[in-house]
Ligand binder design. Structure first.
Ligand code: CP
Ligand code: NVA
Length: 304
């Protein structure tokens, strides 16, 4: 039976730790070509720097290869139904990464494909980002359980996956968002259910200072995600008090780290220069996409 990675909630805490440990081995020198002769299709309906390049390099270093398919080329759901694309691709290749507007698209792809499907970002989740972020936090802090992460801004795909991942491994999750942009009910319910086992505390507020107070990790993402460009002005107004700057960061623990999945809008969700601050780990965070995704690819594709 093939396995997919569509949502962080597809995993449990043991599986997440297995991926983190495997990624650390990849990063610290295991160069075995686990996926020789395997092919991975990258279906991308939206632009990407990190996700595309890290998956391409990961497959190359593992001995396999990738085929990049933009929306112009395959017209997912437009030129032909997603179910047909899934079944055809499954006859040629060994795995699929899909970055799409609608989470339903990647779920449908997984339903009809007979090879593993990995969510490379949808409107609802960004699981590869959240799992890589746990690796970065673990590297910087030496543990996960009992830490507190403050997410400042839009309860978007990145926030949703981070919330679920935190709930699974026992990271307390404070999120500060303006009215209308808070975590949606179904994701919150899912996270609350998962947190019962890990005892992670989840707290929602509209006050960025309250969320940041005493945090180990301060995290933000863009106010306007890909596909929401028409709302940019409305969102800019709604999020005006949600910029992460040195003043806000100073409310967190002294040794707190600052994280952002990138791309960043400098001067919007982060103050100019913040990425270069000594507390910022954003470039290590970007690098870790490569190592953690290698672990995901090996886990899902090795036996296929
Ligand atoms: N963080 C992230 O997924 O970056 P890209 O959109 O460049 O892939
Ligand atoms: N929330 C952002 C993340 C980009 C990696 C977006 O969806 O555009």
């Amino acid at each position: 039976m093939k396995n997919d990675l569509i949502s962080v909630a597809d995993l449990d805490s043991e599986k997440i730790w297995q991926l983190i440990k495997s990624a650390i081995k990849m990063k610290t020198g295991n160069r075995r070509p686990f996926l020789v002769g395997k092919s991975l299709a990258l279906i991308f309906e939206k632009p990407s720097l990190r996700t595309r390049v890290s998956f391409e390099i990961a497959m190359h270093e593992l001995g396999g290869h990738t085929i990049y398919l933009s929306q112009n080329e395959i017209g997912l759901g437009e030129r032909e139904p997603i179910s047909d694309v899934a079944q055809v691709l499954s006859r040629y290749i060994d795995g699929i990464v899909c970055r799409t507007f609608s989470h339903d698209n990647v779920a449908t792809l997984a339903q009809y494909a007979t090879v593993p499907v990995i969510n490379g970002l949808s409107d609802l989740e960004h699981p590869c980002q959240a799992l890589s972020d746990l690796l970065t936090i673990y590297e910087k802090k030496g543990k996960l359980e009992g830490l507190t992460l403050a997410f400042i801004g839009d309860a978007n795909n990145v926030a949703n996956s981070l919330l679920l991942a935190s709930a699974l491994v026992g990271v307390n999750f404070n999120i500060a968002s303006p009215d209308g942009y808070m975590v949606r009910g179904n994701i919150l319910n899912q996270a609350q259910e998962l947190s019962q086992k890990s005892r992670a505390k989840i707290s929602l507020t509209s006050d960025p200072s309250e969320a940041t107070e005493g945090a180990d990790v301060v995290y933000t993402d863009v106010w306007t995600s890909m596909g929401q460009e028409e709302e940019r002005e409305v969102r800019r107004q709604a999020f005006l008090n949600y910029q992460v700057d040195n003043k806000l960061l100073s409310l967190a623990k002294k040794d707190a780290i600052f994280m952002h999945p990138l791309p960043a809008h400098h001067g919007e969700e982060i103050a100019e220069g913040l990425l270069e601050s000594p507390q910022s780990v954003v470039f290590d965070q970007a690098e870790n996409r490569l190592h953690l995704q290698k672990a995901i690819l090996i886990e899902l594709m090795r036996g296929v």
